[in-house]
Design a protein around this ligand. Structure first.
Ligand code: F6R
Length: 645
């Protein structure tokens, strides 16, 4: 087959073969990708308008299409895009589900799109979550008929669930399935806990359009953002068509397009192992990636890899460039070796040309930004301890209050404490008493998923502040170095947050201006498009941008750590800080200070391990990977990547 020139996605110079059975376009981020999809939809709407026809859109909910809806709303406002000729059919709705519930897809659609554009209400169709079980069959049939009656769907938007579902067509759904009542997969229900706040509040069922209904659409866009979608995306795009990954049925559609951000693309063969599908544009990072991959695949330390190992695994290109495996192995081994340092703030009075951090100034000013009040110790507790012990001026800044992640019963306990304390010491003034009563009553009357009133949020925030202080003090900080930023974007009382604003960025910038740090550490979860960590990181990027002309900024380095869920791939690590068993134990104690997050925090995700266990497993895992590659054996390693602007 003759080679095809690829786009500038990834490191491929020429692609000899593709394992992708669907056309995939990779965008730098979900904002750019969403704008592209919105533009195509707008174009189609306008074309139909010119022809005096209506257009039928199939719409999805969830985090994936939000950016597209935002952009469509913007075009309506600023570019006079009208929705007067648009008819919509939503893919699905939980069952049972009243339309006015916080989690209903009716509410979602109005909040993100319908309330902001001129679509005629009669043109909106969303499966009704209030019908009875007995009515379901006839209702679903009628929904299908209605789609056909208006001429079928022109453009269908889809997200993909981690089960591989499209709509709520879970594994096992058959190819010609139609709109129907279905049971939700356990993984899907777990992912929905973030919206329902409690596992047993997530419905077991949903009404969904079928695979067959989706396949009838003339054009399909499947959207996937974030690292957590990478593995399933690869299966959907490169895997065999099978009902165990329902999204693979899209491979049979003549006009299905997959639109992803970089984070969701990382498992695709052309990104993960480009040398297996074509000829690469080699740079140092890709070379490390390939050599580490080979070493891990063959379970051989890097320095033991032979020319044959490279030749037999599609990496002969590298040997040609480097003449022998010997030189190549040493190059990558040394590169990794130089990432290891017990001096995260730089080692004074030594040659620092090959060290991750500068030797000067010997005593640095450091800010550790922590999105929630516990990410500092979970993600970099050992490094935090070292920085303090090595005499740097360390500050920790908690970006959000973290109040929504406190159980009601914990808030209740603290209220009781305040009451009894007040009764015995008459400290409580009248207004404080009123404040507590308000909080107490609201908790008593609170229904599931209802956002907390400000008084309750305040109490929950104070609980987390106390824990954060205890953790930071254990790492050796005095109270004047502990900062609570309570960024406004977070303060909604529910999982849906406000967009990042100038106010948030200014708060970060003001603290940085005040301290003028040499080092900033931040949670670098670039992969999580809508989560709090990503927003907190954007706030820091915004502040760096705002301050970039300042003199002191020339000496300010930004180091990124990863949150509780996953670590940097080894080839991306630029500073690896080893921890001794004793340091790891002290880190565990710092994490224990966060009592409200112990056992089962309100948002546990799909990982049942406690935070200290996840942190230790991850840090031990990184150490084991270094060891297996042939480097020294450590108890645990915390990893960082430097962000260069
Ligand atoms: C939503 C829907 C689902 C979601 C999928 C991904 O209407 O049908 O298939 O598209 O669960 O959800 P997000 O986008 O929240 O990751």
């Amino acid at each position: 087959m003759s080679p095809t020139i690829t786009t500038n996605e990834g490191h491929l110079k020429y692609q000899f073969r593709s394992l992708e059975k669907l056309p995939v376009k990779i965008w730098e981020d979900s904002v750019a990708a969403s704008a592209h999809v919105a533009k195509s939809i707008a174009l189609a709407i306008r074309q139909k308008q010119q022809e005096g026809e209506h257009i039928v859109l199939g719409l999805a909910t969830g985090s994936s299409p939000i950016g597209v809806y935002k952009e469509l709303v913007r075009m309506h406002r600023e570019e006079a895009l009208s929705f007067a000729n648009v008819i919509t059919f939503n893919l699905d709705e939980y069952f049972p589900m009243p339309p006015n519930a916080q989690q209903s897809y009716v509410r979602f659609m109005h909040e993100y799109l319908f309330d902001h554009v001129d679509i005629p209400p009669k043109n909106i169709n969303i499966p009704d979550g209030t019908i009875s079980m007995e009515e379901a069959e006839a209702y679903c049939e009628a929904y299908e008929k209605k789609i056909k009656l208006v001429g079928g769907i022109d453009i269908q938007l889809l997200g993909i669930g981690r089960t591989g579902h499209i709509g709520f067509n879970e594994p096992g759904s058959w190819q010609d399935s139609q709109t129907r009542l279905v049971r939700l997969d356990n993984m899907t229900r777990t992912d929905a806990i973030k919206d329902f706040l409690k596992a047993d509040a997530v419905p077991y069922r949903a009404i969904t359009m079928g695979i067959g209904s989706i396949m009838q659409a003339r054009t399909i866009y499947l959207l996937a953002w974030g690292h957590h979608k990478a593995a399933i995306l690869r299966k959907a795009v490169e895997g065999a068509v099978s009902s165990s990954v329902p999204a693979t049925f899209l491979q049979k559609h003549p006009n299905a397009k997959v639109v992803v951000d970089k984070a969701a693309s990382v498992e695709l063969s052309r990104i993960k192992t480009p040398w297996n599908v074509g000829m690469c544009e080699w740079d140092d990072e890709l070379i490390s990636k390939a050599v580490i991959w080979l070493s891990q695949k063959l379970q051989k330390p890097i320095l033991k890899l032979t020319d044959n190992d490279y030749n037999d695994n599609n990496l002969s290109e590298l040997i040609i460039e480097y003449t022998t495996s010997y030189d190549l192995n040493i190059k990558v081994h040394n590169r990794l070796q130089h990432t290891i340092t017990g001096w995260p703030g730089g080692k004074p009075n030594v040659d620092d040309s090959r060290r991750p951090e500068r030797a000067q100034p010997a005593k640095k000013k450091v800010i550790i930004f922590s999105p929630h009040p516990d990410d500092d110790v979970i993600s970099m507790g050992g490094t935090f301890l070292r920085l303090v012990e090595q005499g740097h001026e360390v500050h920790v800044a908690y970006q959000t209050s973290g109040n929504i992640a406190v159980h009601d019963y914990d808030a209740g306990r603290f209220i009781e404490f305040m009451r009894e304390f007040g009764a015995s010491s008459d400290i409580l003034k009248d207004d404080a008493e009123q404040f507590i009563s308000k909080a107490e009553q609201s908790l008593r009357k609170k229904t599931l998923g209802q956002p907390d009133i400000p008084a309750v949020r305040k109490i929950k925030g104070i609980i987390r502040r106390g824990e954060a202080r205890a953790g930071a003090r254990l790492c050796g900080l005095s109270d004047d170095k502990i900062h609570f930023l309570d960024l406004p974007f977070y303060e909604t009382g529910s999982t849906r947050k406000k967009p990042l604003s100038k106010k948030d960025i200014n708060i970060i910038a003001a603290l940085m201006e005040d301290i003028q740090p040499h080092q900033v550490f931040a949670a670098g979860d670039l992969a999580d498009p809508h989560g709090t960590h990503r927003v907190c990181l954007n706030a820091i990027f915004g502040a760096f941008n705002q301050l970039k002309e300042k003199d002191w900024m020339k000496n300010c380095w930004l180091w990124l750590y990863r949150g509780a869920w996953h670590e940097w791939p080894i080839h991306e690590i630029e500073m690896a800080v080893p921890l001794s068993p004793a340091e790891l134990y002290k880190k565990r104690r710092a994490i224990f200070m966060h009592q409200s997050q112990k056992d089962t925090p309100p948002f546990p995700g799909d990982d049942e391990r406690e935070f200290w266990q996840r942190a230790e497993d991850r840090n031990r895992g990184t150490a084991a990977s270094y060891r297996a590659l042939g480097l020294a054996e450590y108890e645990a390693i915390e990893a960082f990547r430097r962000w260069k602007f």
